[in-house]
Design a protein around this ligand. Structure first.
Ligand code: 3PG
Length: 306
């Protein structure tokens, strides 16, 4: 009987875990749960005798992969798989998959929610600003970007997007202005939402030069990864411009300096929570379980990323 481990330092909603269990039961697989663990040793111990692992932002490195003697597949229930050592997985004959699009709506809603929260001064009763009539620049037009464009237009924003990997027709068919040049996107839009993966090309790529291009009322919204920001550059932009604001789903390493110096110009979630809704957990968790069953029973490698 195949053994499936759900290893989530930040657990799924209970309803999603029940759904995963049902899929495992129906396939004749055994489900093992490791939730809220704080020590990597617990993950390594749990990985030892399982065939498959479902994770979220949990780190799957060489040590974990080497420990998983029966391991065949790891599914990242979510979009970004920068937390998995793909090279080590491939070397160990372990297939890695993600579940693209399954939690995107939750992330897009959080991005907009955080913009409104900061615009209304944390709902403290003082006069704030509105999104209507402002320009929203979507940096990365994948699943999240597409939903954000729809919400932005609903809010009366003018929506622009840049994505070198997406055909401009797809962007324009959504009624969104396609900007082929990233700098132009940043120089046009007061609000920029970043929805790109963290990889060798993107890490540190949001630098002083790019952020400085933003017009008056600049608000950068990062629901992607903190690593894509060049934090030294971010601090310089904060220092140079009184209008610059930064919203991020998970605080940057330079959080304390920003908090001490730039009150009212930032919002950081205490824990990464873009995908933390029951709906997103159900969508991504169940998709992950189904992909594992499909791979183990039929060799289906759809969504393989290594
Ligand atoms: C993702 O890459 O899917 C999101 O960042 C969500 O991450 P999480 O599952 O750790 O909340």
């Amino acid at each position: 009987m195949a053994k499936i481990l759900v290893a989530t330092e930040k657990p799924f909603a209970a309803i999603a875990v029940n759904g995963i269990k049902e899929i495992c039961d129906n396939a004749g697989f055994e489900l093992v749960l490791l939730e809220k663990y704080t020590d990597k040793k617990d993950l390594i111990a749990a990985a030892c005798d399982v065939d498959a692992i479902i994770i979220r932002s949990d780190k799957i490195d060489k040590e974990v992969l080497d420990a998983g003697k029966n391991l065949k597949i790891v599914v990242r229930a979510g979009a970004g798989y920068d937390n998995v050592d793909l090279e080590a997985a491939t070397a160990n004959n372990v297939v890695v998959m993600n579940t693209p699009g399954q939690n995107s709506n939750a992330v897009a809603e959080l991005a907009v929610g955080m913009m409104i929260y900061l615009n209304r001064n944390g709902f403290n009763g003082s006069a704030g600003t509105e999104l209507r009539g402002k320009k929203l620049g979507i940096h990365g037009y994948g699943h999240i970007g597409k939903i954000l464009a729809h919400i932005g237009k609903g809010l009366g924003m003018k929506v622009y997007a840049h994505d070198p990997f997406i055909d401009r027709i797809i962007i324009e068919n959504d009624g969104v202005v396609c900007e082929e040049d990233l700098g132009t996107l940043y120089s046009k839009c007061q609000y920029i939402s970043v929805n790109i993966p963290a990889n060798n090309q993107t890490k540190g790529s949001l630098n002083k030069e790019l952020l400085s291009k933003m017009p008056e009322g600049a608000t950068l919204v990062n629901t992607a990864r903190k690593e894509i920001i060049d934090e030294a550059g971010l601090l310089q932009v904060f220092a140079n411009r009184k209008d610059f604001r930064y919203i991020s789903d998970i605080a940057p390493d330079c959080k304390t300096e920003i908090e001490e110096k730039y009150a009212g110009r930032y919002f950081f979630t205490p824990k990464k929570m873009g995908a933390q809704t029951a709906e997103a957990n159900i969508n991504a968790g169940l998709a992950a379980a189904k992909q594992i069953v499909g791979y183990i029973t039929d060799g289906d490698t759809t969504f393989k990323v290594n």
